[in-house]
Design a protein around this ligand. Sequence first.
Ligand code: NAG
Length: 145
Amino acid sequence: MFKLFVTFLCTVALASAVFAQNIYIALPPANTDVTAGKEITVQLDRPLTLSGSEEVAVVIGTSTCPSPTTCRDVAEVLGDILYNGPFKPVLSDDSWSPYQNITITIPSWYRGPVQLGVAHFFLLGAGLNAQLQLTNTIVNVVAPR
Ligand SMILES: *[C@@H]1O[C@H](CO)[C@@H](O)[C@H](O)[C@H]1NC(C)=O
């Protein structure tokens, strides 16, 4: 019984520590119009935490969706990989959280709802175990004028 309780506590502690390391997509805001063939800034924020972790990398992929509510799960498809590289968030004056701006170019053939999927790879805790976080947002791609 006690052992079970300890296991439970450890699981909860680990889960909240993992959650604390999560990044989120600050830019672009969900459902923004972006222009096909144009560059956009993807701003990935990593809120400050006390628990130890080490950043490794992120991958940003995009895939078109039949509608804004029917995008495929990021765990299944990242789509066209537009960034695959290091993640080194830094603090700057205009944000509470360290962040990194990553410039991607929206494929010119995209139109309509597009899912922007982010895979975030990091190392957690004293033992530095490997963690993968997935997050996503949806933008609306419009034709260049
Ligand atoms: C990141 O991009 C945003 C939006 O373009 C901009 O306001 C901000 O100054 C950029 N930050 C850095 C450090 O370049």
